[in-house]
Design a protein. Structure first.
Length: 101
């Protein structure tokens, strides 16, 4: 999936977490597996998924992110795995919970 959408080959992906978004689109529950990848090669391609570009880590939180993204992205530096639930209503984050393992 990463190769198809970004053009990059990744190596040694580390599963960091599982996030559930109950009725995210007001119909279905969404499940997101969060990986951390530090080893890759290749060049970014033009993607139908959106405009891809490299962002300095220091600038990530300056982007227009979903409210939950700015929460869980801070957990990626933690040792171990997390399981979280983010509850949105009409695009607004209402609540979230997390368990760290």
């Amino acid at each position: 999936e990463v190769k198809e959408e970004s053009g990059l080959d990744i190596f040694n992906p580390q599963l960091k977490g599982l996030i559930t978004f109950p009725r995210f689109d007001n119909v279905d529950d969404w499940y997101v597996y969060v990986f951390l990848v530090e080893e890759f090669e290749g060049d970014l391609i033009d993607s139908p998924e959106g405009d891809l570009e490299w962002i300095d880590n220091d600038s990530l939180f300056d982007l227009n992110l979903w409210d939950g993204d700015s929460i869980f992205m801070r957990w990626l530096d933690n040792v171990g795995f997390f399981s979280a639930k983010f509850i949105y209503d009409n695009g607004r984050l209402n609540a979230h919970s997390v368990i760290f393992y």
